[in-house]
Design a protein around this ligand. Structure first.
Ligand code: GAP
Length: 510
C-alpha cells in the first residue's frame, strides 16, 4: 500500500465508520477543526485512560490535576509564551500562500527556480533566484516572498462584561464625534492596550498549570521529591500551517506530566522517562519499529531545556514528532517564583545542603516533562492498526479484508454480540450476554443487521477484537462462538463463560 494512499484510506474510514468528522461540515467545515464521532471518542478516551493508568494509577509518585483552560495572563508572560511563542510567517507574493519559513522547502541561496505565474498550472512560466534566506514557497516553488514576521500562536479572547473596544472607540473620538488625528502606530498601540486590559488566553499547553500549582499539590498530598503531576486536556495554538488531518490542528489534546526531581539527578530521570514512554507506545503498537527516539541537536533545544528527546513515529510522510521528553531544568518554577513572589521550592530534611554542608536542603526542583499529543496519538494508533489482508469469501472468491488491528484495550467496542438470525430465541440469548457486558461497564455492540459475513467485516474494520455469535447450537447445547478479529478464527465456549473469557483477555493485556 502506498503510504500517502494509507492516509486517504484512514480519513475515509474515519468518516464512514464514525471515528472523526469535519467540524461544522454542513456549513462547509472549519479549517483544521474536527469532531470525534461515537467510535472516535471511545478510541481517544481509551488512549487517555491507558496513559492515566500507566502514569498515575500504577505509580505512587504521580498524582493528577485538571486545571482551567484560561489562566491568569501573567502565567503566559512569565512562561515566555507571550513574547516568544511565535512562528516566522511569510507570504508568497506569487500565489499568495501564507506559510512557516522554518518548514519551507530549502534551496541553496542563488539557485535559479522556475514557477508558474499566480501558482496556476496554466500560468506563464517565470524564473527567479533564491535569496539569502534559502527557501521557496512550499506550494508554487516561487522565490518571490515577503519579509518574515513573527506570529504569536496564542488564541486571545477577553474576559468580563466590559467590551474593551467600546472604551477604545470613546477615547478615539473627540467631543464633536470626530476621529482624533493620530499617527497609525499610536492608533495601533492604543488599540492593543485596550484589548490587553481584559485579555485572557486559551492555554497553548497543559504544562503551565502543573508549575503554578506545584506547592498546592505538593503540600496537600504530602508529596516527596521525586514526584510528578499529570494532566490531560485541550490546548490551543493558532497554527499557521495545519496539516495531515488531526496531526497538526489549532485545537488539540495533550497528555503531559511534570516530574520534579532533585537537581543533579535530571540526566538519569530523563533516560528513565524516555524508556518508560517508548515502552508504553510499543506495548500498544503492532509495528514496534515505527517508533524511534531522537535526541535534539543543541540548536533545537528550547531556552528552558538542557536536554530533550522526541519520540517520533514513521508517518506516511516520514518521521515526525509524537511526544517530546524535555529536561526543563528549574526554569519554570524559578521564573514563576520570581514573578509571583511565592517560594516554589522544596525542603528535604534528609539531605545535606551542598552549599553549607549542614543537614536540611531547600532547593528548586528540576523538571523532566514527557509531553504527548493525545489527538496525535489517535492518528498514530489508527495508522499503526490499519491493515488490508487478502482472503477468500464463502464462495471462494478473492477479497480484501480491511482490519483495524487496534490493541484490544484501545478498541472503541470490545465485543460485538451477533445473533445469526433474528428468530428462534437467538436475539434474547444475545441480549442477555449484552446485558452482562453492560453491567461490567464494558462497551459492547448488539448487531443483528445484514449477513453474518458483513457484520464480521464491519467489526473488523472498526477494530472490535471479539465477535460473539449466537447460533442454533446456542439453543441446543448452550454454547457460543468467540471470533478473534486478527486471526479470524473461532472457538466454541459455554455461553455462561463468554463474557468472562473476553473480560479475562482484556484484563490480561492491562
Ligand atoms: N509542554 C511542552 C509542549 O507542549 P510540544 O512539543 O509543543 O511541547 C507536545 O507539544 C506534544 O503535543 C507534541 O509532541 C504533539 O504530539 C502535540 N502537539 C503539539 N502541537 C500540536 C498541534 N498543533 N496539533 C496536534 N498536536 C500537537
Amino acid at each position: 500500500m502506498e503510504s500517502l494512499d494509507l492516509m486517504t484510506k484512514i480519513v475515509s474510514l474515519c468518516k464512514r465508520r464514525g471515528f472523526i468528522f469535519q467540524s461544522s461540515e454542513i456549513y462547509g467545515g472549519l479549517k483544521s477543526c474536527y469532531d470525534y464521532g461515537p467510535l472516535g471518542v471511545e478510541l481517544k478516551r481509551n488512549i487517555a485512560a491507558e496513559w492515566w493508568r500507566s502514569m498515575v494509577y500504577k505509580r505512587e509518585d504521580v498524582v493528577g490535576i485538571d486545571a482551567s483552560i484560561m489562566m491568569h495572563p501573567q502565567v503566559w508572560k512569565t512562561s515566555g509564551h507571550l513574547s516568544g511563542f511565535s512562528d516566522p510567517l511569510v507570504d508568497c507574493l506569487n500565489c499568495k500562500e501564507r506559510f512557516r519559513a522554518d518548514k519551507a522547502p530549502k534551496k541553496a541561496p542563488g539557485t535559479e527556480v522556475t514557477f508558474k505565474k499566480g501558482g496556476k498550472a496554466s500560468g506563464e512560466a517565470l524564473t527567479g533566484k533564491v535569496d539569502g534566506r534559502g527557501y521557496v514557497c512550499p506550494v508554487c516553488g516561487s522565490s518571490q516572498l515577503s519579509d518574515e514576521r513573527q506570529f504569536n500562536l496564542m488564541f486571545r479572547t477577553s474576559m468580563g462584561p466590559v467590551d474593551p473596544l467600546s472604551d477604545f472607540i470613546r477615547d478615539a473620538y473627540d467631543g464633536e464625534g470626530k476621529l482624533k488625528d493620530m499617527p497609525r502606530e499610536d492608533f495601533r498601540a492604543k488599540l492593543e492596550e485596550a484589548v490587553k486590559s481584559t485579555a485572557v488566553y486559551l492555554r497553548p499547553e497543559t504544562a503551565q498549570a502543573m508549575f503554578v500549582q506545584f506547592l498546592n499539590v505538593q503540600q496537600s498530598q504530602s508529596m516527596k521529591v521525586p514526584f510528578g503531576i499529570a494532566q490531560t486536556g485541550k490546548s490551543f495554538r493558532n497554527e499557521i500551517v495545519t496539516e495531515h488531518f488531526i496531526f497538526r490542528s489549532c485545537e488539540f489534546e495533550q497528555m503531559e506530566m511534570e516530574f520534579f526531581v532533585e537537581p543533579g539527578t535530571q540526566t538519569e530521570w530523563l533516560k528513565y522517562w524516555c524508556d518508560e514512554r517508548m515502552n508504553w507506545y510499543r506495548n500498544y503498537a503492532n509495528n514496534k519499529d515505527a517508533f524511534q527516539l531522537r535526541r535534539h541537536e543543541g540548536d533545537e533545544l528550547a531556552h528552558y531545556s538542557d536536554d530533550c528527546y522526541d519520540i517520533e513515529y514513521n508517518y506516511p510522510w516520514g518521521w515526525g514528532e509524537l511526544e517530546g521528553i524535555a529536561s526543563r531544568t528549574d526554569y519554570d518554577l524559578s521564573r514563576h517564583a520570581e514573578a509571583s513572589g511565592v517560594k516554589l521550592s522544596y525542603f528535604d530534611q534528609q539531605k545535606v545542603d551542598p552549599a553549607t554542608g549542614k543537614p536540611g536542603w531547600r532547593y528548586t526542583p528540576y523538571v523532566i516533562e514527557p509531553a504527548a499529543g493525545l489527538t496525535r496519538s489517535v492518528l498514530c494508533f489508527l495508522l499503526d492498526a490499519y491493515a488490508e489482508e487478502k482472503g477468500v469469501d464463502h464462495e471462494g472468491k478473492e477479497k480484501i479484508r480491511v482490519v483495524l488491528k487496534l490493541h484490544p484495550r484501545l478498541a472503541p467496542i470490545k465485543a460485538a454480540v451477533l445473533p445469526l438470525v433474528k428468530k428462534d430465541g437467538q436475539p434474547e440469548k444475545a441480549r442477555a450476554i449484552v446485558a452482562e457486558f453492560r453491567k461490567l461497564g464494558i462497551n459492547v455492540s448488539y448487531d443483528e443487521q445484514q449477513s453474518i459475513g458483513k457484520r464480521y467485516a464491519k467489526h473488523d474494520e472498526i477494530g472490535t477484537p471479539f465477535c460473539i455469535t449466537i447460533d442454533n447450537e446456542t439453543i441446543t447445547s448452550d454454547t457460543v462462538t468467540i471470533r478473534d478479529r486478527d486471526s479470524a478464527t473461532q472457538v466454541r465456549v459455554p455461553t455462561a463463560r463468554a463474557v468472562e473469557i473476553v473480560r479475562e483477555r482484556l484484563d490480561s493485556l492491562g
